[in-house]
Design a protein around this ligand. Structure first.
Ligand SMILES: Cc1cc2nc3c(=O)[nH]c(=O)nc-3n(C[C@H](O)[C@H](O)[C@H](O)COP(=O)(O)OP(=O)(O)OC[C@H]3O[C@@H](n4cnc5c(N)ncnc54)[C@H](O)[C@@H]3O)c2cc1C
Length: 365
């Protein structure tokens, strides 16, 4: 049995390690942080699964991977060792009266990204009151996006750790490694996210990796209940509120071209909390539990890549950017299929260099 090392146990690493174990590989996972995953971007993320809303800005490949992953997540959360919060109630887009032009722009972009068909369902004030009673009277209309969902990111990370340990993956938590430390393995999968920046940015490389800073607030609001994530269209702070279990709300996310992981600024805190208060003043009484900061691993073309080197017995997954939860099941599946070919003796498609993106595109539907 080939023994594969997975370097980096954030989101992509945990999912890929599980997929490899299910294919019969012996797997060792190395993660510099604890099993809670607090050193990963995934620990900060809001874990929205929003291929429709994101189609307004994301590339067609990302949207396609997001659609595939919606179905894959159902299978994943159903088989995890411990339960995780996984909701598929669609999402609601709202705006204040003066921002109505933003809703027209949003729908135009949505139609353009979806072959001329606008997938949004118009909700009147009465529809909003019926489906989100606590928002009754606050917005004159809204847009409902079906086929969207969300997860609890931190539950997913812990449950994946439970599942990996249960199925025999050798999990080395709090263990920093370099690729050069892993030569005894039959294959290596590098899932270090932003931690792989130096390797991705060597002069010979085609793609460039950078971190894109994001801040997310978590508040506890026992007075407020929402049935689904709510996005606020706003000229200055277009943000979303994702209701998790037990009246915990995740408000996200800022997006700044910065690789600083310094604590959240006053401006970002104000934007996140203003958006929250603008959706419902009852959030004024909420307890601020944290404002967390993370760097999204982002390639210059904003698509994810899987690239491989036959001679180094190495597969690298990166560039999940702001869509890691939305697309990682499809990306991890593609990487596992490649690993079966590369390390399992099945040969590899065409060249042994960097046909990574093409490889992923082949899988997009
Ligand atoms: C503010 C914010 C909000 C977000 N919201 C969403 C959202 O709503 N929906 C969505 O789909 N996505 C969201 N994302 C994006 C998502 O979190 C990322 O795309 C995803 O986490 C990337 O996964 P990854 O496994 O590549 O990297 P990571 O999750 O960062 O994991 C990389 C892991 O590698 C480990 N590592 C690095 N170097 C080493 C080393 N040398 N040795 C050992 N371990 C190492 C790190 O500790 C880390 O655990 C958000 C991200 C941020 C920052």
């Amino acid at each position: 049995m080939e023994h594969i090392a997975v370097l980096g146990g954030g989101l992509a690493g945990r999912l890929t390690a599980w997929g490899l174990a299910q294919q019969g590989f012996e797997v060792s996972l190395f993660e510099q942080g604890t099993r809670a995953g607090e050193r990963s971007a995934a620990y900060v993320a809001a874990a929205m699964l929003a291929p429709l809303a994101e189609s307004v800005e994301a590339t067609p490949l990302v949207v396609s991977l997001g659609r595939q992953s919606m179905a894959l997540w159902r299978g994943i959360t159903g088989r995890l060792k411990t339960p995780v919060f996984h909701q598929e109630n669609g999402s609601l887009i709202v705006w204040h009266g003066q921002d109505k032009p933003l809703s027209r722009d949003f729908q135009q972009h949505l139609s353009r990204a979806n072959q001329g068909v606008n997938p949004a369902v118009h909700w009147s004030a009465a529809d909003i009151a019926a489906n989100e009673p606590q928002l009754a009277g606050r917005f004159s209309d809204g847009l409902y996006l079906p086929d969207e969902g969300q997860l609890d990111n931190r539950q997913v990370l812990v449950s994946l750790a439970d599942t990996l340990e249960d199925c025999g993956v050798h999990c080395h938590w709090e263990t920093f490694r370099e690729i050069s430390d892993l030569t005894e393995f039959d294959g290596i999968i590098d899932c270090r996210g932003y931690g792989a920046k130096t390797r991705w940015n060597r002069p010979s490389e085609r793609s460039r990796l950078r971190g894109v800073r994001g801040e997310v607030a978590r508040v506890y609001a026992p007075e407020v209940s929402l049935n689904r994530p709510v996005r606020l269209l706003h000229p200055r702070y277009p943000l979303y509120i994702a209701p998790k279990e037990n009246h915990l709300f995740v408000i996200g996310a800022t997006q700044l071209e910065s690789e600083s992981d310094a604590p959240a600024s006053v401006r970002s805190g104000l934007e996140l909390l203003s958006a929250l208060y603008a959706v419902h003043p009852a959030f004024g009484e909420a307890e601020i539990r944290e404002i967390a900061v993370g760097l999204r691993p982002t390639l210059n073309h904003h698509d994810p890549e899987i690239r491989y080197s036959k001679t180094d017995k190495l597969i690298e997954i990166n560039g999940l950017f702001r869509h890691g939860f939305m697309i990682s099941p499809a990306v991890a599946d593609a990487a596992v299929r490649l690993a079966v070919n590369l390390f399992g003796g099945g040969g590899i498609p065409e060249s042994d260099s960097v046909t990574d993106l093409a490889y992923l595109r082949l899988e997009a539907v």
